[in-house]
Design a protein around this ligand. Structure first.
Ligand code: MLT
Length: 276
């Protein structure tokens, strides 16, 4: 019986090899995973996650086509082009650009998952897209909540619980083995954001405005960010980390098939040359 394993904060992953060759969903509702999804929907070319400001600066390619994005204590990192506010990632600003991202918990969690077989970027705004993909895998799943400063974050935990519930709606409630953390997330999400077996956006919005990090973002007047992050399936796309870069799954699949095509053409060219 495959199982779902939930980590309530990335600091529980002491060794990145723990996630090697695994199916990992990284959740950071406020705000990293939401911002990444909004940015790709608004036609950013790609997102490069970084676990430190210094590394992010190194990753910034010399061209104007790369923007440095990120936060420290929720505010834009000095010298960076943009912060981590989904409200900022407007198409007019980021279209066709590479965004190098550095955030306190979200990008650290994503970089820790770089050895995963599948590393999926998840939040409420793309929850069904994530669940649809996971339900096709039918293997063990790891849900990695970014958390808050190595601590528990309620919004990530509830989003994880909702993902488990939505997966079970598709594959059946006894398909996956769940332990205490997973069952707790499932039950609490049913209490806090569900009615009639459906996620209620107004309940998600109320929750996000009331959590520790939600209240902190309110103190910084990031009200729109919280409302955007509370959207349910409002950005139905699937960002995936592949070779240290986040792109849409469709884009990655297309690039892989292109490369295979090229290889085939190359090989057939070589075999023709050998015959001559
Ligand atoms: C994080 O990665 O820690 C959060 O997304 C921080 C934030 O932008 O609020």
């Amino acid at each position: 019986m495959p199982k779902i394993t939930l980590y309530i904060t990335h600091s529980l992953i002491a060794d990145d090899l723990l996630l090697k060759d695994k199916n990992v969903v990284v959740i950071d509702v406020l705000r990293t995973c939401t911002s990444i999804t909004v940015a790709l929907q608004n036609k950013a070319k790609e997102i490069i996650p970084s676990e430190s400001v210094a590394k992010a600066a190194k990753l910034k390619r010399g061209t104007g086509e790369t923007l440095l994005c990120g936060e420290k204590n929720g505010k834009t990192i000095p010298g960076f082009n943009l912060g981590n506010s989904p409200y900022e990632f407007k198409e007019s600003i980021i279209r066709g650009k590479t965004l190098v991202f550095c955030t306190t918990n979200g990008t650290v969690s994503i970089v820790k998952s770089r050895l995963a077989k599948n590393c999926i970027i998840g939040s409420f705004v793309n929850i069904n897209k994530v669940v649809d993909f996971l339900s096709t895998i039918k293997e063990d799943i790891i849900i990695l909540c970014a958390g808050k400063q190595n601590n528990f974050s309620l919004e990530d935990f509830i989003c994880a619980g909702a993902m488990i519930k939505e997966i079970m709606k598709i594959v059946g409630s006894d398909y996956y083995e769940l332990n205490d953390a997973e069952r707790s997330a499932l039950t609490l999400s049913e209490c806090l954001v569900y009615a009639d077996n459906n996620i209620i956006p107004e309940k998600v919005q109320r929750l996000l405005h009331s959590t520790e990090h939600g209240k902190y973002l309110r103190s910084l007047r990031f009200y729109e960010d919280i409302d955007i992050s509370a959207g349910v399936n409002t950005y139905p796309i699937l960002p995936i980390l592949y070779k240290d870069v986040i792109k849409l799954k469709e884009q990655i699949d297309f690039e892989i098939s292109q490369r295979q095509q090229m290889k085939k053409i190359d090989l057939s060219g070589k075999s023709k040359e050998n015959k001559v």
